[in-house]
Write a protein that binds this ligand. Structure first.
Ligand code: AMP
Length: 116
């Protein structure tokens, strides 16, 4: 399965519900997380509804690279010059709650390791 079911993120892509969008291009969109876990917490998502990283396929490799470079660009734009963390939760054990692939950009404070 590679197509995601309709999620709240589909509605954000279609601008049917409000979001604080900080970046958008033809393949991806980035917006502030509604429940931030750090001073800066931004989500980068593909417009194509891939449910989770575990569903990404070989044909998606350029898109995957684009999402990572978009995360870098958005982090720069947010002024995270001292570093940041990029997280993808995939599936139940990964702690994923919204089944539309997304990269979390977390910054503005020092991150602990290991994560919970
Ligand atoms: P995950 O647990 O990795 O699936 O992350 C889902 C993230 O989406 C969580 O950090 C939520 O706070 C965030 N989230 C859910 N709904 C919205 C929304 N409408 N706008 C922005 N972020 C959202």
């Amino acid at each position: 399965m590679s197509a995601a079911a309709e999620t709240i993120f589909s509605k954000i892509i279609r601008k049917e519900i409000p979001a604080d969008i900080v970046y958008e291009d033809n393949l991806a969109i980035a917006f502030k997380d509604v429940n931030p876990q750090a001073p800066v917490h931004i989500l980068v998502i593909p417009k194509e509804p891939i449910a989770q990283l575990a569903d990404a396929e070989s044909k998606d490799h350029a898109l995957m690279g684009h999402l990572l470079l978009t995360a870098k660009r958005v982090a720069e734009q947010a002024g995270l010059d001292n570093g940041y963390r990029v997280v993808i939760n995939s599936g139940v054990d990964g702690g994923q709650t919204v089944y539309h692939l997304h990269l979390h950009i977390l910054g503005g404070r020092a991150m602990a390791w290991p994560p919970g």
